[in-house]
Ligand binder design. Structure first.
Ligand code: SF4
Length: 420
């Protein structure tokens, strides 16, 4: 058929799955392996035993949001506590943001919990408590639900035959089909979605998607993949290339052969035989994280039973760590000397408390480094013991005194726990 003018050319055959018999075999091998080896996870149990589709979708949704950027082992405990506290969308919709942040504390990327709760409220108030029933509608109607989460919920909870692409799937597919072009670039991502949709098993789409992700998480891992144990090794072009590759300049069996191929590695970064299958995937170099320094002060007083209490303040409701509690903190200008840092923090505390604070009263304790996704944050920690109570201007940020135990039960970030 003639190509439509302007439509992108189809990728060269070596990067595609076009043989129906091969696709069928790959599905069968992967699902048989999954049935044998899958990890027992609480949301998987619920997705197969729960009869109510809305409850199934809710459980998968919560687990998928938690699993974004967090390891399975960490998520299990958070997921169980969350589902115990808010077993339904309706229960979550009635929770306060403070409660959500408290439960989320330590999981990182706090806006995920907030958005989950906002979306639950929307389902209850605007969709009569009924979750949208297709990947397309989930993505369109629910804030914070992107293409991946929508595909996961729809395939796992409703059995919709739709693929998913996450970091694990990207790695597996790039290796299966020797895709070495920048795997974070939109044209490559689009191709991977096409491939995931072609491959997904029509009768067990949820299991197939989970199997592909599980393969990436446990076998086709980033650094030392276990190719010998891999259930789809006979379909893997990266492995074949590793086993049968010939030194340049003789083209090997799996060379794409198309000059300027949009899915091959760039000509400047050819196959490196030391890397083997880990030649794939390739990503453009990451941007360096922003380096930020913050002075933070642990104000301490003796509580009624002589136990120490600490003053914490709430961060604004938007931006990094929105709505979380922290010790009074001040972002420091680049290259500020230690003496000046101390003075700036004293001025900040004085303005905030309406109480004279001399720089010399602040005792330097040390530094804590915490890496957020895109920020390399150093907290310079000071302490200031107080004799009396501090009455804060009600116009300033909400604040409260907490014991150590209350501090740990509050919605505080992991970084602040390190500071304490
Ligand atoms: Fe990944 Fe190796 Fe399996 Fe290929 S054979 S999919 S590289 S684990």
């Amino acid at each position: 058929a003639a190509l439509l003018a302007g439509a992108p050319a189809p990728p060269p055959a070596p990067h595609l799955f076009s043989d129906p018999a091969e696709i069928e075999a790959l599905r069968g091998n992967l699902l048989a392996w999954y049935d044998r080896c899958k990890r027992d996870l609480p949301w998987r149990t619920l997705a197969t035993t729960e009869l109510d589709a809305d409850r199934r979708a809710y459980a998968v949704w919560v687990s998928e949001i938690m699993l974004q950027q967090t390891q399975v082992a960490t998520v299990i405990d958070y997921y169980n506590r969350w589902m115990q506290k808010w077993p339904t969308l309706q229960a979550l919709a009635q929770a306060s943001l403070e409660e959500v942040n408290e439960l989320w504390a330590g999981l990182g990327y706090y806006s995920r919990g907030k958005r989950l709760q906002e979306a639950a409220r929307k389902v209850v108030s605007e969709l009569a408590g009924r979750m949208p029933r297709t990947a397309e509608d989930l993505q369109k109607l629910l804030p914070g639900v992107g293409r991946y989460t929508a595909g996961a919920i729809a395939s796992i909870s409703y059995g919709q035959a739709t693929g998913v692409v996450d970091g694990n799937v990207i790695r597996v597919l790039c290796r299966l089909r020797c895709i070495g072009a920048d795997s974070s670039s939109p044209p490559v991502i689009d191709r991977l979605w096409d491939m995931a949709n072609t491959l997904v098993d029509r009768s067990r789409p949820g299991d197939f998607n989970q199997a592909l992700m599980e393969l990436g998480a446990t076998v086709c891992v980033p650094k030392a993949p276990l190719c010998g144990e891999c259930p789809v090794k006979q379909h893997c072009r990266a492995r074949r290339r590793k086993l049968f590759g010939k030194p340049d300049p003789v083209p090997d069996v799996e060379d794409c052969g198309v000059g300027g191929c949009p899915l091959c590695p760039p000509a400047t970064e050819p196959w490196d035989s030391n890397l083997g299958v880990t030649n794939f995937p390739r990503k453009a170099a990451k941007k360096q994280p922003r380096v930020v320094k913050t002075a933070t002060c642990v104000l301490e007083r003796r509580g009624c039973h002589g136990a120490p209490e600490y003053l914490i303040v709430q961060r604004p409701n938007s931006g990094l760590l929105a709505g979380l509690w922290e010790f009074p903190s001040l972002l420091l200008a680049q290259g500020l000397q230690e003496e000046k840092q101390q003075e700036a923090l004293a001025d900040h505390l004085q303005a905030w408390m309406g109480w004279p604070v001399a720089a010399g009263d602040l005792q330097l304790i040390g530094e804590v480094v915490h890496i957020f996704s895109h920020i390399h944050q150093t907290y310079v920690i000071y302490s200031l013991p107080l004799d009396g109570d501090v009455t804060l201007d009600p116009a300033s940020s909400p604040s409260r005194w907490v014991t150590e135990e209350e501090f740990h039960a509050s919605a505080v970030s992991t970084a602040m726990k390190k500071v304490l």
